[in-house]
Write a protein that binds this ligand. Structure first.
Ligand code: SAM
Length: 426
C-alpha cells in the first residue's frame, strides 16, 4: 500500500463503454460539485425542504431558484437517499453520499463493524475492500483500525468512497484505487492481495434491477470468490443467502445473519478466520445470539403435531443447524420437507417464534370458515409454508365481524395439506 492520503485512479483495468463512461463522468462531476461549500449548502437546503415535507416538483423548483439548476438536481437526489439512509446509518447518513444503487448495495453499519472486528482480530492491519461501492465496509474497516485499499471498477463508486471516508474523518487510512478484483485476486501471492494481508469481497449480485441467482454471474464471479478464499486465508466474502451449501469450500466457515426475522447477510470466512463449520447469528434488541456446529448435525426427526408449533428463524434454517435447536426443545418437524417444529410445551429460545396449537384440520376453506365462526374468530393472521395460498387473500376471505383473533398456519403435515389454528382469543 502507499504511504498515506487518498490515491485515486491508479489503475484503470475496466472495459470501456462510451455511453456509461460519459454518464459516470457526469455523475462524478456532480458529486465533486456537491463537495464544494456551495454544494454543501445546496444539500443542507434540499434536506430542509424534504424534512419540511415539500413535494418533489415544488421542492425541486424552489431549490433550483435558490441554488441554481446545476446543483439543485444532484443535491435533491442525494438528500433523498440520505433520508432513506437515516434509519440504517443514523447521524452518519447526513454526512454520507449515496446513489440509489450504492445505498441498495450497502450493508448495515453495525454488521459491517462486527465483520471488520472479526476479520482484524488475528492481527491483520491492512485490508483490500474489493468492490467498495459507497465505502460502507471501507469505513467500518478503517474505524476498526485497519489501513484499507478500497478498490472498485466503477468511477462513481470510487468517488463516493473517497468523499465518504473524507466526510467521516478516516481518509488518512484509506487509499481509493481503480482496479479489477478478478485480476487482483488472480495475482494474489503469499496470503496477500494487492499488498494487503486481509480482504473483504462483496460481489455485485444484481444487474439491471434483477438479482443474479447464479454465483457464476456475480461480479466478480464465483471463480474469484473461491480463489480469494483459497489464496488469502484472512478474508471474508458476502454471498447470497440462498447459496448452495455444496459450494462452500472445505475449511471455510459459512455464516447466516438475521435481523428482525429476515436474513440480512450470508458470509464465507476464509480458513484463517474460520472457527467452525456453520454459524447462525441472530440480532435481537442489539444482542447477537450465535449458534455453531463443527460438523453437519443432520436433519431433525419428524413427528406429529403436538401442543405447540415453532417457526424457526431463517438464519437457523439456512445454516442447516435446525436439528440442534429441535433437540434442545424436544421438538420434531411436522413434515420432513417443511421448516416447522412442534413440541409439547412453549419454547424459551431466541431461535423460534412459538404458537399454541388449538385446532388441526385438513386444508378445506369451508370447514376452516365454519370452525372460525364456531370459535368466534373474525380476524386472522395467515402464515404459510409449503402451500401455494396467498396469505393476505386468505386472511381477507376469513374476515368477519366476530371479535376473536387467531393465527392460521397453512402447511403440510406428513405430506398432507393441513391448517393449524393457533393462539385463538375469543
Ligand atoms: C455489492 S457492492 C459492494 C457494497 C459494499 N461492500 C458496501 O457495503 O457498500 C459491489 C461493488 O463491486 C464492484 N465490482 C463489481 N465487479 C468488480 C470487479 N471485477 N472489480 C472491482 N469491483 C467490482 C461494483 O462496482 C460495486 O460497487
Amino acid at each position: 500500500m502507499g504511504d498515506g492520503g487518498t490515491e485515486r485512479y491508479v489503475r484503470q483495468a475496466v472495459p470501456v463503454d462510451p455511453d456509461s463512461d460519459a454518464q459516470a463522468a457526469e455523475t462524478v462531476r456532480q458529486l465533486r460539485a456537491l463537495a464544494t461549500p456551495e454544494g454543501a449548502a445546496a444539500l443542507t437546503r434540499a434536506a430542509a425542504l424534504l424534512d419540511a415535507g415539500a413535494d418533489p416538483v415544488a421542492g425541486l423548483t424552489r431549490l433550483r431558484a435558490e441554488v441554481g439548476a446545476d446543483l439543485a438536481g444532484p443535491a435533491w437526489g442525494i438528500a433523498r437517499q440520505r433520508l432513506k439512509a437515516r434509519t440504517t446509518f443514523g447521524s452518519d447518513a447526513d454526512r454520507l453520499l449515496f446513489t440509489s444503487d450504492t445505498l441498495e448495495q450497502a450493508g448495515r453499519p453495525e454488521l459491517a463493524a462486527r465483520r471488520a472486528a472479526r476479520l482484524l482480530a488475528g492481527g491483520a492491519d491492512s485490508v483490500a475492500d474489493l468492490g467498495c461501492a459507497s465505502g460502507t465496509d471501507t469505513i467500518a474497516l478503517a474505524r476498526a483500525g485497519a489501513r484499507v485499499l478500497a478498490v472498485d471498477v466503477d468511477p462513481v463508486a470510487r468517488e463516493l468512497t473517497a468523499l465518504n471516508v473524507e466526510a467521516l474523518g478516516v481518509a488518512d487510512d484509506v487509499w481509493v484505487v481503480a482496479g479489477d478484483a478478478v485480476e487482483l485476486v488472480a495475482a494474489a501471492r503469499g496470503g496477500e492481495v494487492a499488498g494487503c494481508g486481509a480482504a473483504v469481497l462483496d460481489p455485485a449480485r444484481r444487474a439491471g434491477g434483477h438479482r443474479r441467482l447464479d454465483p457464476d454471474r456475480w461480479s466478480p464471479p464465483w471463480s474469484t470468490v473461491a480463489a480469494l478464499l483459497e489464496k488469502v486465508p484472512t478474508s471474508v466474502v458476502k454471498v447470497a443467502p440462498g447459496l448452495d451449501h455444496d459450494r462452500v469450500p472445505a475449511g471455510v466457515e459459512a455464516e447466516w445473519v438475521s435481523v428482525g426475522g429476515s436474513i440480512v447477510e450470508a458470509l464465507l470466512w476464509g480458513p484463517a478466520v474460520a472457527t467452525t463449520w456453520r454459524r447462525a447469528a441472530l440480532v435481537r434488541n442489539g444482542v447477537v445470539h450465535e449458534l455453531t456446529a463443527d460438523a453437519d448435525p443432520g436433519h431433525a426427526a419428524t413427528g406429529p403435531v403436538r401442543g405447540w408449533l415453532h417457526e424457526p428463524d431463517p438464519a437457523l434454517i439456512r445454516s442447516g443447524l435446525m436439528s440442534l435447536v429441535a433437540a434442545d426443545l424436544g421438538a420434531t418437524l411436522v413434515d420432513g420437507t417443511i421448516a416447522y417444529l412442534s413440541s409439547d410445551g412453549p419454547a424459551d429460545s431466541p431461535w423460534v417464534s412459538s404458537y399454541r396449537v388449538d385446532e388441526v384440520l385438513p386444508f378445506n376453506l369451508k370447514k376452516l370458515r365454519a370452525l372460525l365462526r364456531a370459535r368466534g374468530v373474525g380476524r386472522v393472521v395467515v402464515k404459510k409454508r409449503g402451500s401455494p395460498i396467498e396469505p393476505e387473500q386468505l386472511a381477507r376471505q376469513l374476515r368477519t365481524d366476530a371479535r376473536g383473533t387467531a393465527t392460521v398456519v397453512v402447511t403440510r403435515v406428513a405430506g398432507a395439506p393441513t391448517v393449524l389454528v393457533c393462539d385463538v382469543t375469543a
